[in-house]
Structure formats: C-alpha cells, structure tokens
Design a protein around this ligand. Structure first.
Ligand SMILES: [Zn+2]
Length: 55
C-alpha cells in the first residue's frame, strides 16, 4: 500500500500538518509547513489560503 506524503514546498520537509496555500505567480496550490507559511504570507499580495491538511 502506498502512503501519500506531503512535503513542504519551501523547506522540503515532511510534516503531519500542512497548509495549502498559493504564494507566488503563476499561482498554484502548494503545501507548506507552519513555519514557512508565516514566512511566505508576510507582505505577500500573491498569498491565499486554501485550508489545512492533516494526516
Ligand atoms: Zn516548510
């Protein structure tokens, strides 16, 4: 059985809780961890939040 894992788009680490966001252009949905979320959302007009994903 395959286990689907999500890795943070920014730091490439695996987390049990990820946040679905868009943060750059062209816009696409990516998953980031909490720390990187705070980094990418700061002063970012391209940022939008799409929900929380938990294992
Ligand atoms: Zn991260």
């Amino acid at each position: 059985m395959k286990e689907r894992k999500k890795h943070c788009e920014v730091c490439s680490k695996d987390f049990s809780t990820m946040f679905r966001v868009q943060y750059k252009n062209p816009k696409k949905w990516v998953f980031v961890c909490k720390d990187c979320l705070l980094t990418v959302k700061k002063d970012n007009p391209a940022y939008s939040y799409g929900g929380t994903w938990k294992k």
